[in-house]
Design a protein around this ligand. Structure first.
Ligand code: FE2
Length: 454
């Protein structure tokens, strides 16, 4: 092997190594493709080149990067019938600007690299030889070159390398003439063959990434649709629950609003907050199985009726526990919304911090609405009295942190500190804001007045 060849081989290996580093670098796909093109052109000693990406949806070749052809090219061209098959089965490198230089060696050279001539006359029509070659290769490369001769001329195509991975076409590389003006040799064609296959991987990865992004977006939309169906269904259930009792019209919606306000104050966000809202809407779902006459009864309930109405948290749990909500398990919140922090509630008598925070929030929101709304058996309580009553029940019925979060929200809403109040606008009772603020401010520090039982 001569000195020249050894140097050339070392240079090619170095270029291949550089190309490998470019392909695995962290740049954008366009940057990687541009760097790869520049390296390939440098290695085969050309100053002009274009990389097209194949867009299967539109059956087009779209130029993505070029060198040495500033603004002089049509950026995309459509593939004709049969072009896809042709490019999938064509040799790895096609010489487009050199006519066959001898009948004797034409078939062999053509099979190795393709030699078709960009003469403007379709070779398969022009000569039996070319026609015979097209059949031998099982593909109509001459026809492809003839069909797209104007586009190929505009990018000064001298060599073409279809970019393929497996049985997928991902693009096309066009390389212009050599710096020197001489013809490409066997070595150049082999180098281009190797390097263009690496470029194919870049475009294939780009295609995969793009498909993945489409899939992710598709899944995101599907998931969002699913969540919306859940939201609509829950809203419909809330209306059905509240319709059971004319006195508690809007109860579930208000509890959801109050829970949302308290949760927000306690630092809930995103799905946690939305889950809390829906738990508020569904907490009384078990009531749909309780006889309306019991729910609407204005006089005292019998022992049997109390047992019946006390079933609604467990029934609610049974209804909701089989549903996989995107916001987590809402069934536990329905089951425990009549528990008390001192363990005297029902159905399970769970106490203190053993009750999830969400449950303690729903419990307070539920009672706050019960006290500030008319009930079949009593009128609504004044807002000031409600606050005093909640304060009195801290540590027995209610959690201290949750109560003080409610008090803070009320104060902020009354002073206008919260731009979109959720509690005050939902109240149907009259109150003196200044008096309520005085009561709220007399509530004291959350941890000094009442010992938290948890
Ligand atoms: Fe309830």
């Amino acid at each position: 092997m001569g000195k020249y060849n050894l140097q050339k081989i070392l240079y090619v290996f170095s270029s291949l190594n550089d190309l490998g580093r470019v392909i695995t670098s962290n740049g954008s796909m366009d940057e990687i493709t541009r760097s790869a093109l520049y390296l390939i052109l440098g290695t085969v000693s050309s100053s002009q080149g274009t990389v097209f990406r194949y867009e299967p949806s539109y059956s087009r070749m779209v130029r993505i990067v070029q060198k040495g052809l500033d603004g002089a090219v049509d950026l995309s061209f459509p593939l004709a019938d049969g072009d896809l098959h042709t490019l999938l089965h064509a040799p790895q490198v096609i010489e487009v600007d050199r006519r066959p230089d001898g009948i004797d060696d034409f078939p062999d050279k053509a099979v190795s690299h393709g030699m078709y001539g960009l003469s403007g006359i379709r070779p398969s029509v022009e000569s039996d030889l070319s026609c015979g070659f097209a059949e031998r290769a099982g593909t109509d490369v001459p026809g492809f070159i003839f069909m797209h001769r104007e586009h190929l001329k505009s990018v000064h195509a001298s060599l073409l390398a279809p970019l393929r991975v497996g049985d997928e076409l991902v693009g096309l590389l066009s390389v212009g003439r050599r710096f020197s003006g001489g013809e490409y040799g066997e070595e150049d064609l082999q180098i281009l063959s190797m390097m263009s296959q690496q470029l194919s991987v870049v475009l294939y990865n780009q295609q995969l990434f793009s498909r993945l992004q489409c899939k992710v977006e598709e899944n995101r939309l599907l998931y969002e649709n699913l969540r919306q169906i859940y939201r609509d269904t829950i809203q419909a259930f809330a209306v059905a629950i509240d319709a059971k009792d004319e006195y508690t019209q809007g109860h579930s919606v208000r509890v959801a609003q109050y829970a949302l306000a308290i949760g927000d104050e306690l630092g809930f966000s995103g799905d946690e907050l939305e889950g809390l809202h829906f738990a508020g809407l569904l907490h009384d779902i078990g009531k749909i199985t309780v006889d309306s006459s019991i729910i609407r009864k204005k006089s005292s309930l019998s022992e049997q009726e109390i047992v019946e109405i006390h079933r609604h948290p467990s029934v609610g749990y049974d209804i909701l526990s089989s549903i996989k909500f995107p916001w987590g398990d809402l069934s536990a919140l329905a089951r425990h919304h009549h528990e008390k922090v001192d363990g005297q509630g029902y159905p399970d008598g769970i106490e203190g911090k053993d009750l999830p925070l969400e449950v303690r929030i729903i419990t307070l929101a539920d009672s706050f609405d019960a006290m500030t709304s008319d009930r079949p058996y009593r009128k609504q309580i004044d807002l000031g009295e409600t606050i005093q009553e909640i304060k009195r029940c801290i540590g027995t019925q209610f959690d201290i942190d949750v109560c003080h979060a409610l008090f803070r929200v009320l104060e902020k809403e009354l002073t206008g500190e919260i731009a979109s109040p959720k509690i005050i606008p939902s109240l149907s009772l009259k109150y003196d804001p200044q008096q309520i603020l005085r009561i709220l401010r007399g509530v004291g520090h959350p941890f000094e007045a009442v010992k938290d039982p948890g």
